[in-house]
Design a protein around this ligand. Structure first.
Ligand SMILES: Nc1ncnc2c1ncn2[C@@H]1O[C@H](COP(=O)(O)OP(=O)(O)O)[C@@H](O)[C@H]1O
Ligand SMILES: CC(=O)OP(=O)(O)O
Ligand SMILES: [Mg+2]
Length: 396
């Protein structure tokens, strides 16, 4: 048996998620090409949180040592002969990386060059890459990029309307992020409707701590809400999303903030946190129930922005078959789903209040039977998508 396990490392700014997957599941001698969505077997999964905080590991290197220890304790250490590859989520791939890529010194250098475009994410991703390469120099290490799925966006969606020469010289364009999630969820949504992904148009709403929307036509991304960096678009846990760029001139000229201070304000102290002091939708729900004014406003700004993007992507796609909610907020908050789609009946979108209120972790439809557009809740699995993409590159 050739090695068939893939270890996926999803290093974030403050957490490190991992999954160990056996990719042989569903694959037999009789049927070497099973349903591409047949689930690989999950051997281990975990998350190391609070990196860099007093309660957690000091840095990503220490976090990865914790992961190595946890895996070893389960008899699936990093020295396992079953490992076929280590796959890394890399957030920014620029224009160069649009496919899963075998990591070499040169690829590492290129990812390093992209740090200014994803300062919260790429350095953490790189630490994972460096430590894993040191521990298993013999193994293929594969980078799977958040930006890759969005590389199919037409110029009309990817270009900012600024001086073309300046834009091209500095790589200023819209890249989009959470691509593995948008790819996976749009595909699963098609399957949930009993259709091939090439036949359906889907609006995917990935609502985690970072949040983004995408318009996917026949399995191909045609627009997404994040841009040059993961700051544009929806209101997020701590990020502002869309605003008039002149806010930044105003903050620097009138409020006297430095560019770095503005960066921190917009990325880390804005969004839900900036509006009400909490970035967790569960806590905001509790506060709204107690009549808290600021929490209510934060919820309204968040869901208003969402509704606006759903309407915009209906216009971009023309025909919409489904709206799919995913990630922490999208999978769990019936209130957000309900408010985001409230009043969109004229667009053929009818959410069913009873179905929407049912909690669960299964892929499910929450629209009415008469809704022209299906509304789906589809739990994302970025690690599984990353493993599948990486394995397709290294499989024997
Ligand atoms: N039961 C829930 N109800 C409402 N929101 C939830 C629930 N569980 C998680 N969330 C939200 O999901 C967010 C985290 O989403 P997640 O997709 O795990 O984010 P990330 O991967 O970006 O860290 C939390 O900040 C919280 O707001
Ligand atoms: C790109 C991005 O925003 O990622 P995350 O949601 O993991 O912060
Ligand atoms: Mg996430």
């Amino acid at each position: 048996m050739p090695p068939s396990h893939v270890l996926v490392l999803n290093s974030g700014s403050s957490s490190l998620k991992y999954q160990l997957l056996d990719m042989t599941r569903g694959e037999t001698a009789a049927d070497p090409n099973p349903d591409p969505d047949a689930a690989p077997e999950r051997k281990a999964t975990g998350i190391v949180e609070h990196i860099g905080e007093p309660t957690g590991p000091a840095d990503n290197t220490e976090a990865l040592e914790t992961v190595a220890d946890e895996l070893a304790a389960r008899g699936a250490g990093l020295d396992s002969p079953d490992l076929a590859a280590i796959a890394h989520r890399v957030v920014h791939g620029g224009t160069r990386f649009t496919r899963p890529t075998l990591i070499t010194d040169e690829v590492v250098a290129e990812i390093e060059n992209l740090i200014p475009l994803a300062p919260l994410h790429n350095p953490a991703n790189l630490t994972g890459v460096r430590v894993a390469r040191r521990l298993r120099p013999d193994l293929p290490q594969v980078a799977v990029f958040d930006t890759a799925f969005h590389s199919t966006m037409p110029q009309s969606a990817a270009r900012y309307a600024i001086d073309r020469t300046v834009a091209d010289e500095y790589g200023i364009r819209r890249y989009g992020f959470h691509g593995t999630s948008h790819a996976y969820v749009s595909r699963r949504t098609a399957r949930l409707l009993g259709k091939d992904p090439s036949e359906v148009n889907v609006i995917v709403l990935h609502l985690g701590n970072g949040a983004s929307a995408s318009a996917v036509r026949g399995g191909v991304c045609v627009d997404t809400s994040m841009g040059l960096t993961p700051l544009e678009g929806l209101v997020m846990g701590t990020r502002s999303g869309d605003l008039d760029p002149a806010v930044i001139f105003h903050l620097t000229r009138v409020a006297g903030l430095s560019p770095d201070e503005v960066d921190i304000l917009l990325n880390k102290r804005s969004g839900l946190l900036g509006l009400c002091g909490d970035n967790d939708m569960r806590e905001i729900g509790r506060r709204i129930a107690e009549g808290d004014e600021a929490a209510h406003l934060a919820f309204d700004v968040y869901t208003h922005r969402l509704r606006k993007y759903v309407g915009a992507y209906c216009a971009v796609l023309g025909r919409v078959d489904a709206v799919a909610f995913t990630a922490g907020v999208g999978e769990n908050s019936a209130a957000v789903r309900g408010a985001a789609l409230d009043g969109l009946e004229p667009l053929g979108i009818e959410i069913d209040a009873v179905r929407n209120a049912v909690r669960g972790s299964a892929e499910r439809l929450v629209s009415t039977d008469t809704s022209r557009v299906a509304v789906a809740v589809v739990p994302t699995d970025e690690e599984r998508e990353i493993a599948q993409q990486a394995y397709s590159l290294v499989r024997p």
